[in-house]
Design a protein around this ligand. Structure first.
Ligand SMILES: [Zn+2]
Length: 84
Protein backbone atom coordinates (compact mmCIF):
# COMPACT_ATOMS: atom_id res chain seq x y z
CA UNK A 1 0.00 0.00 0.00
CA UNK A 2 1.42 3.37 -0.96
CA UNK A 3 0.96 6.10 1.64
CA UNK A 4 0.87 8.95 -0.86
CA UNK A 5 -2.50 7.88 -2.24
CA UNK A 6 -4.12 7.99 1.16
CA UNK A 7 -7.29 10.04 1.25
CA UNK A 8 -7.50 10.24 -2.52
CA UNK A 9 -9.85 8.23 -4.65
CA UNK A 10 -7.94 5.89 -6.88
CA UNK A 11 -8.98 5.82 -10.49
CA UNK A 12 -9.62 2.30 -11.55
CA UNK A 13 -11.43 0.45 -14.29
CA UNK A 14 -14.89 -0.95 -13.78
CA UNK A 15 -14.47 -4.73 -13.85
CA UNK A 16 -17.76 -5.07 -15.71
CA UNK A 17 -17.78 -2.44 -18.46
CA UNK A 18 -14.06 -1.54 -18.38
CA UNK A 19 -14.78 2.16 -18.31
CA UNK A 20 -13.33 4.59 -15.85
CA UNK A 21 -14.50 4.06 -12.27
CA UNK A 22 -13.52 5.01 -8.76
CA UNK A 23 -12.41 2.79 -5.96
CA UNK A 24 -14.30 3.74 -2.84
CA UNK A 25 -13.62 2.91 0.78
CA UNK A 26 -10.48 0.87 0.15
CA UNK A 27 -9.64 -1.79 2.70
CA UNK A 28 -13.11 -2.21 4.17
CA UNK A 29 -13.57 -5.78 2.96
CA UNK A 30 -11.64 -8.56 1.23
CA UNK A 31 -12.06 -7.08 -2.17
CA UNK A 32 -12.66 -3.74 -3.83
CA UNK A 33 -15.59 -1.34 -3.86
CA UNK A 34 -16.19 0.31 -7.19
CA UNK A 35 -18.24 3.29 -8.23
CA UNK A 36 -19.06 3.24 -11.91
CA UNK A 37 -21.35 5.63 -13.78
CA UNK A 38 -23.18 2.75 -15.36
CA UNK A 39 -23.15 0.19 -12.57
CA UNK A 40 -23.29 2.46 -9.53
CA UNK A 41 -21.64 1.21 -6.36
CA UNK A 42 -20.72 -2.41 -5.88
CA UNK A 43 -18.02 -4.57 -4.43
CA UNK A 44 -16.07 -7.42 -5.93
CA UNK A 45 -14.28 -9.91 -3.72
CA UNK A 46 -10.54 -10.41 -4.16
CA UNK A 47 -11.15 -13.95 -5.24
CA UNK A 48 -13.66 -12.95 -7.90
CA UNK A 49 -11.35 -10.19 -9.12
CA UNK A 50 -8.52 -12.64 -9.48
CA UNK A 51 -10.34 -15.58 -11.00
CA UNK A 52 -12.90 -13.71 -13.11
CA UNK A 53 -10.92 -10.88 -14.57
CA UNK A 54 -11.33 -12.30 -18.08
CA UNK A 55 -15.04 -12.94 -17.70
CA UNK A 56 -17.34 -11.83 -20.49
CA UNK A 57 -19.19 -8.58 -19.77
CA UNK A 58 -22.51 -10.47 -19.89
CA UNK A 59 -21.22 -12.87 -17.24
CA UNK A 60 -20.20 -9.99 -15.03
CA UNK A 61 -23.54 -8.25 -15.55
CA UNK A 62 -25.31 -11.42 -14.50
CA UNK A 63 -23.09 -11.73 -11.44
CA UNK A 64 -23.87 -8.14 -10.46
CA UNK A 65 -27.59 -8.80 -10.82
CA UNK A 66 -27.33 -11.77 -8.48
CA UNK A 67 -25.35 -9.71 -6.00
CA UNK A 68 -27.97 -6.94 -6.14
CA UNK A 69 -30.76 -9.43 -5.47
CA UNK A 70 -28.87 -10.86 -2.53
CA UNK A 71 -28.01 -7.50 -1.03
CA UNK A 72 -31.52 -6.07 -1.21
CA UNK A 73 -32.26 -2.34 -1.35
CA UNK A 74 -30.42 -1.41 1.85
CA UNK A 75 -27.02 -2.84 1.13
CA UNK A 76 -24.38 -2.28 -1.46
CA UNK A 77 -24.09 -5.37 -3.67
CA UNK A 78 -20.99 -7.48 -3.36
CA UNK A 79 -20.01 -9.76 -6.22
CA UNK A 80 -18.50 -13.03 -5.09
CA UNK A 81 -16.82 -15.78 -7.04
CA UNK A 82 -19.93 -17.93 -6.71
CA UNK A 83 -22.04 -15.35 -8.55
CA UNK A 84 -20.38 -16.21 -11.84
ZN1 LIG B 1 -19.33 -0.36 -15.07
Amino acid sequence: MCGTTLGKLAMVTCPICKSEAEEIEPGTFDGMWFRCLKHREFGVSDRALKTRKNAEPEQSERALKKAIERAGPEERPKILDLDF
